[in-house]
Design a protein around this ligand. Sequence first.
Ligand code: NAD
Length: 356
Amino acid sequence: MKIAVLPGDGIGPEIVAEAVKVLKALNLKFELETAPVGGAAYEAAGHPLPESTLKLAKQADAILFGAVGDWKYDTLDRPLRPEQAILGLRKHLGLFANFRPAICYEQLVGASSLKPELVAGLDILIIRELTGDIYFGQPRGRRSAADGHFPGADEAFDTMRYTRPEIERIARVAFEAARKRGKKVTSVDKANVLETFQFWKDVVIETHRDYPDVELQHMYVDNAAMQLVKAPKAFDVIVTGNMFGDILSDEASMLTGSIGMLPSASLNDKKQGLYEPSHGSAPDIAGQGVANPLATILSAAMMLRFSLNQPEAADRIEAAVKKVLAQGLRTPDIHSAGTTRVGTVQMGDAVLKALG
Ligand code: NAD
């Protein structure tokens, strides 16, 4: 098995180094190969996703990704900006299913901005469709007033679109995932207003016929945004489209109060996946040795479970993370009175030790 390691920019290399350290300690048979991506690749090869990096990613069984981006690249032409590397990887590998668990660890309940009783024990999974919807629909663009569509006014437009196979495959992913958890799926839509999401709802209902053991609930996106802060523990698996998922998964991640703790996975239909922390490259703290590596280490655990068929190794990593939290070790982002402040490398070392 081969893992492509793409550390990227900012804190990316620091946190990926810790995850690689943990992976190596498991003594499993896989090959790790590193390649530049994002701003680092732009500096090295003139493009955020060079051909050689894309080739490695395509050949690999899984990709361990750090983060990309830095404000210094904000003035580059859009196709050359670091973030384009992620979009390119999603597109070329067909990574249509994004998994974002939002788990509130017992020891970090106080870090949430919600009342402890609302988030204690929280364990929800947001499954976001990643390659369709208004982010990719055509046509899109701008028209000037001179084109005469709306006399006297310039305009911009995007197209919201989903096909039946796109909805069906993400619905299946959600029902399958729910079967291994709380057996409940909430499909989030805006069927009351949008044709695309009435169709989404219809196809989800049809697909559900194959999963009678899983409960299906429908919720409008505005209500879902509200329920996520009112009673988040009422959810098990949420499945939704690309744009709604983009927004709701960030909202859900904040319920846990600690962006440095949240892993993510983006999978294609061959279970090949890209695994990355939910946060960005944090240029404000890069190079200081203070970044929290746990989201990346937990992303490596998801990789072992979903793409590399090593669920026991994944369990070992997750148990080790819980153990270091119970020991009171905290990077600055999750530090509070009475706990021990550690840096990136010390946190990685502690997880390594806790693997047993
Ligand atoms: P960010 O997630 O990088 O940082 C937001 C805040 O969270 C910052 O204060 C940062 O210091 C903190 N933070 C993030 N990760 C942390 C960690 N592991 N440990 C401790 N603190 C952490 O978001 P941003 O500041 O909006 O964006 C910075 C850059 O990252 C931008 O160039 C953006 O485009 C890029 N970005 C990349 C990805 C990705 O690679 N998938 C995702 C989001 C943002």
